[in-house]
Design a protein around this ligand. Structure first.
Ligand SMILES: Cc1ncc(COP(=O)(O)O)c(C=O)c1O
Length: 392
């Protein structure tokens, strides 16, 4: 993509490049709409109108009403707001229990841990070997005082899509609220808050070719939650702080683009992902795909390479100009096996030897073929090194 030789970026689940239309809108807004969206004068009202247009665009992408969208600074903040905000509001009712799946993003898992230190009881629901959350396990985990169930729509490491509507119905039977982290599904597959039947949904602009520093939470009308950022009356008293107008406008443009191109892009990217996956399984011995093969977002594949340490292969690929990931970006750089693959109860050699390839807007067939072509050589070299170290 960039640089003198062709670099390949297959790490779209970590973050995506800006769509050109988004970059143009962010630059123009930064220049032209510097007003504070809370100001009553012309400059403020121009900024407010731009934020409201973005709110409509984000709402349309997930079949929501614009009044139910609150802009935040990130997916992480949206997850925190959903869980902490609900917990704070539910405290007076005596509810003290939280449920999430064991494969949630750290934004959810560490929020549960933090609430655990404040007297809440978090329960983590195990997943099946496919990475799917079983509705029966969620039913078992629920208690009379469960305040909220949080299960991600699509997993960031393996791409698995969860049966959210079914899980939401189970949570509601026990009077609990349902939150879904849709950070990795929004923009890749249809996300419809009504069809999912949830009460709260998190999204993040930089995962669908929007800017970093813009996220949103959808809060179903009537859902009780306390703000976690207190201050001015921004976002209808739900999230204080002067709006990041250029990033929000960029998120709106990215939302409109994603909605317009969704089905064509999903088909195109799935074909590339399938070509990559088939090529690797065919040409590299000892490879296996992790996660449910069908219930998956179209851009992601997670593959274990027998007898190769994932970090070494990641570095070897990077030296060849190819960017991939060993799972969640936060755990890269450490040799900790992924909590997602561990929760799937895969054998140790699969949890430690897996790479995530995630494709997107600028991915091409040429890039796929280049990666398929170089991998057998890189893998054989690393396996050779391991053999030498072992016999030395
Ligand atoms: C599933 C999921 N949730 C939440 C986040 C956090 O989003 P953000 O980077 O906008 O804070 C990520 C980002 O990696 C993610 O993949």
């Amino acid at each position: 993509m960039n640089g003198s030789r062709m670099r390949v970026y297959f790490d779209y689940n970590a973050t995506t490049p800006l769509a050109p239309e988004v970059a143009a809108a962010v630059a123009k807004t930064s220049q032209d709409l510097f007003g504070n969206a809370s100001s009553v004068h012309y400059f403020g009202q121009q900024a407010k109108a731009a934020v409201d247009e973005a709110r409509s665009a984000v709402a349309a992408l997930i079949n929501a009403d614009p009044s139910e969208i609150v802009f935040t600074g990130s997916g992480t903040e949206s997850d925190n707001f959903a869980i902490r905000g609900t917990a704070d509001a539910a405290e007076v009712t005596g509810r003290r229990h939280l449920v999430a799946s064991a494969i949630e993003h750290e934004a959810v898992l560490n929020t549960l841990k933090a609430l655990g230190r404040r007297g809440w009881r978090p329960s983590l629901v195990p997943v099946e070997q496919s990475g799917l959350v079983s509705p029966d396990q969620v039913r078992k985990a629920l208690a009379d005082d469960t305040a909220i169930v949080s299960v991600m729509h699509a997993n960031n490491e393996i791409g698995t899509i969860q049966p959210i509507a079914e899980l939401a119905a189970i949570a509601h039977e026990r009077g609990a609220l349902m939150h879904t982290d849709a950070v990795q599904s929004t923009g890749k597959i249809a996300v419809d808050v009504r069809a999912l039947g949830v009460d709260l949904l998190s999204l993040s602009a930089h995962k669908f070719n929007g800017p970093k520093g813009a996220g949103a939470i959808w809060i179903k009308r009537g859902t009780r939650l306390q703000p976690i950022l207190t201050g001015g009356k921004h976002e209808r008293n739900r999230r204080a702080g002067t709006e990041n107008v250029p990033a929000i406008v960029g998120m709106g443009v990215a939302a409109r683009l994603a909605a317009a191109k969704m089905s064509a892009e999903a088909t195109r990217v799935a074909a590339l992902r399938d070509r990559l996956e088939a090529g690797i399984l065919r040409d590299v011995s000892g490879t296996v795909v992790n996660g449910a093969p069908t219930m998956r977002v179209p851009n992601t594949t997670n593959i274990s390479f027998d007898r190769v340490e994932a970090e070494s292969l990641l570095i070897a690929l990077d030296l060849e100009g190819v960017a991939v990931s060993t799972g969640s970006a936060c755990s890269s750089g450490t040799l900790e096996p992924s909590h997602v693959l561990r929760a799937m109860a895969l054998p140790a050699h699969r949890t430690q030897n897996s790479l995530r390839f995630s494709l997107g807007m600028f991915s091409t067939e040429e890039e796929v073929d280049r990666v398929v072509e170089m991998l057998p050589r890189l893998v054989e070299k690393l396996r050779g090194l391991t053999r030498k170290t072992v016999s030395a």
